[in-house]
Design a binder for this molecule. Structure first.
Ligand SMILES: Nc1ncnc2c1ncn2[C@@H]1O[C@H](COP(=O)(O)OP(=O)(O)OP(=O)(O)O)[C@@H](O)[C@H]1O
Ligand SMILES: [Mg+2]
Length: 332
């Protein structure tokens, strides 16, 4: 068994607005082991970003973590002060976002921006920081790292900026890297390069990754384990092979069926009909029921995330019925 790095228990992040209470993250349980890459997938609005922002403790008002624990390297982040959290962010935990330009400062050179946190968090001298900056830029694939340090963000392409962001995120050897749609804003060939880079980093470092994406192709290439999120909850949690070979939740099956398949004769994508319910008006039973082709009367009751086999959890009455029947006949 690998050592647990992050354990999120019953996390609830709500937005209390004058339009109602939006339950963006509503009882999420999630574990990431050391060295593991976990993908978080699901449609727009399902709560993926709010889950990661909660883990980083970057939720802004009117949003608030109202319940749960975020145990990271043995301590509960929910209980930490801002100052303590600042130490963790950019040290043990780092994040890269979809749009790298917004996170880079336009008035400083690339070199300065990477050196700054090294000097601050690792108390490096100017020379040490410069040396490490060149190393980091080489790590993320810049052949001309010595020239790159003098460039300003606007002089770089989107793909290059994302590489710089990854270099900054990796600068303090974080034990956890959170990547929220890191390739979505880039064009297709550049996306592939950034993915290759992330696969390399995964091999070269023991950094765990929480990878947020709506692209199941990316999941297949990168992830060890996958959590499928729907309407603020995890609905399926399993290893990546099982996800594609034996998905259990009807929503997961729908996501897989809507993947573009180059081998298929069928050129039109199957899409899941209907929409994710709004976070201020979830139904009391299964949140996917209104869109589910297998709906039955039990679906009106609350569904819990249940282990169906070792390492495979599902929140669906269809998948768990059989498990309950077996337990009942064996007296368990
Ligand atoms: N400022 C806010 N006020 C009210 N509700 C909010 C606010 N920010 C987020 N939410 C709620 O949180 C939900 C989840 O948002 P989140 O950004 O986590 O979705 P996501 O899964 O990352 O989607 P996407 O794939 O589009 O990035 C939203 O559907 C919305 O209901
Ligand atoms: Mg998002």
């Amino acid at each position: 068994m690998r050592e647990t790095l992050l354990e999120v228990k019953n996390l609830k992040t709500y937005f209390n607005t004058n339009r109602g209470l939006f339950k963006a993250v509503d009882g999420v349980n999630l574990t990431i082991n050391r060295g593991e890459t976990v993908a978080l997938v699901g449609e727009s609005g399902s709560g993926k970003s709010m889950t990661s922002m909660s883990i980083m403790k970057l939720i802004e008002s009117p949003g608030e973590i109202v319940d749960g624990e975020i145990i990271f390297e043995g301590q509960d982040l929910v209980k930490l002060t801002n100052k303590e959290m600042n130490q963790i962010r950019g040290n043990q935990m780092a994040m890269i976002f979809q749009e790298p330009m917004t996170s880079l400062n336009p008035v400083y050179t690339i070199g300065n921006q990477i050196m700054e946190p090294l000097r601050q968090h690792q108390k490096m001298s100017k020379n040490e920081a410069l040396k490490r900056t060149v190393e980091l830029l080489e790590l993320v694939g810049f052949a001309n790292a010595n020239r790159m340090i003098n460039q300003y963000p606007h002089q770089l392409s989107g793909g290059m900026r994302q590489r710089v962001m990854i270099a900054m995120a990796m600068s303090n050897n974080p034990s956890l890297l959170i990547a929220d749609e890191p390739t979505t804003a880039l064009d297709v060939t550049i996306q592939a390069q950034i993915l290759d880079l992330m696969i390399d980093l995964k091999k070269q470092t023991d950094t765990s990754m929480l990878l947020i994406t709506h692209d199941l192709g990316v999941v297949a290439e990168m992830a060890d384990r996958v959590m499928v999120m729907y309407a603020g909850q995890i609905v399926e949690d399993t290893d990546v092979l099982t996800l594609f070979k034996n998905p259990q939740h009807p929503y997961t099956k729908g996501l897989i069926a809507s993947m573009p398949n180059i081998d298929s004769e069928e050129k039109r994508l199957k899409t899941i009909k209907g929409m994710v319910p709004s976070a201020n008006e979830y139904p009391s039973g299964c949140r996917f029921a209104s869109r589910c082709p297998y709906r039955q009367k039990e679906c009106d009751q609350v569904q819990v995330l249940t282990s169906i086999t070792e390492g495979h959890k599902v929140r669906c009455v269809l998948a768990t019925k059989e498990v309950k029947d077996i337990a009942a006949t064996s007296g368990g």
